[in-house]
Design a protein around this ligand. Structure first.
Ligand code: KG4
Ligand code: ZN
Length: 357
């Protein structure tokens, strides 16, 4: 095979085992297995169950991704894996598998930051991102507004982050209070279809004139929704779930898109990229589209299956790193469950050494 190598990407930071194959910015095939159903009765991800499920799913998922791409392991020229952030045991399964594949194939290994993976997912749907772009990353564990230049080479600038809960966490927690099934985000999205987004008055945190324009806060919104539900239950009436879901979704979508568009206009940047699990939300997508169109901003949101955790996004980062000539990770690459987002490549050991030197 000529040109750049096929990159195998492996994702296992939470409850999805993902494998994807990317070459030259093109997605060749991917597969995802989820242990979601095994966590549903606990109302949240149980780390040990997730790790064990990754052990069982890893090889079949990689095989399935290769089959879909019409490739075999011998075609793989590099391996990329999520080294952090995420659940420690879950990450270790992915990194161990990635090392096994890379060393047995004799190909380079790259450790990548999970959130950089979410950003890179947008390149698989519509091509390279303009430099610079404003990126809104909204997932179950993170909510950040970023200024991204060359993802493979430049440091990632944080314009703002959440001060407390992530947007996805807010959906998941309120869904639980509303007795909707786990995971909460998709359940809220479905329930909201039959609800009135203006039925419940919910706050728009940190949108006042003196507030940080790019910082987020979702714990007060969660509490306000919880109080509304409790007030109904104390009065002996069941809350109207579709109205609550639609109102919460509207508040989250309003705050996210308002701040993201503001970041673009303040910095004179013409492209907004919205990624991460919450970017699969129908109202977030629709409102982002509407507000970007009104402000003359180009919106890039990947297809929903590329928004939630997957291996293709990790392969996409690996592909960018390979083509940028980045050095591979050391053989001792380890996991970093709370890795801060600074660069797309994550080689915790090298970083620790650099700090020590
Ligand atoms: O990116 P992701 O798959 O995993 C993390 O890195 O956290 O994001 C998962 C989050 C969960 O909180 C889930 O409820 C939320 O994304 N989510 C959604 C939707 N699909 C997934 N939230 C709202 N609407 C959706 N359609
Ligand atoms: Zn994620």
């Amino acid at each position: 095979m000529t040109g750049s190598p096929v990159v195998l990407g492996i994702e296992s930071s939470c409850d999805e085992t993902g494998a994807g194959l990317v070459r030259d910015g093109v997605l060749l095939g991917q597969a995802v297995a989820s242990s979601m159903d095994e966590h549903a009765r606990y109302g949240g991800v149980v780390p040990e169950i997730a790790a064990r499920a990754h052990v069982h799913a890893m090889a079949p998922v990689i095989r399935e991704a290769l089959d879909r791409a019409g490739l075999s392991l011998a075609d793989v020229g590099a391996v990329a894996v999520t080294a952090g952030p995420g659940l420690s045991g879950a990450l270790q399964v992915g990194v161990a598998a990635a090392k096994g594949y890379a060393f047995s194939l004799g190909v380079p290994l790259y450790g990548v930051h999970h959130l950089a993976g979410h950003v890179a997912a947008a390149t698989l749907d519509g091509g390279p991102l303009p430099n610079p772009s404003v990126v809104l990353v909204v997932s179950g564990g993170h909510t950040s507004l970023l200024l991204v230049r060359d993802l493979a080479r430049d440091p990632i600038v944080h314009l703002g982050d959440t001060l407390d809960d992530a947007a996805g966490e807010c959906f998941d927690k309120v869904a639980r209070i509303l007795r909707l099934p786990y995971p909460g985000g998709p359940a809220i999205d479905r329930a909201a279809r039959d609800g009135d987004p203006h039925a419940v008055r919910l706050p728009r945190p940190l949108t006042g004139p003196r507030d940080d324009p790019y910082a987020f806060s979702f714990s007060g919104l969660k509490t306000a929704a919880a109080r509304w539900v409790e007030a109904h239950r104390t009065a002996g009436t069941e809350p109207h779930v579709p109205d609550a879901a639609a109102s919460l979704q509207e508040a989250v979508a309003d705050v996210l898109t308002r701040k993201a568009v503001r970041a673009c206009t303040d910095h004179g940047i013409g492209t907004l990229v919205v990624v991460g699990g919450v970017a699969a939300n129908s109202r977030v997508r629709a409102l982002a589209e509407q507000r970007c169109a009104a402000a003359g901003i180009t919106l890039r949101v990947p297809a929903p299956r590329l928004c939630t955790d997957n291996g293709a996004m990790v392969a996409a980062v690996g592909d960018l790193l390979v083509r940028a000539g980045a050095g591979p990770a050391p053989a001792e690459l380890s996991t970093d469950p709370s890795a801060p987002l600074e660069y797309a490549a994550l080689t915790p050991l090298t970083r620790a050494r650099a700090v020590a030197a």
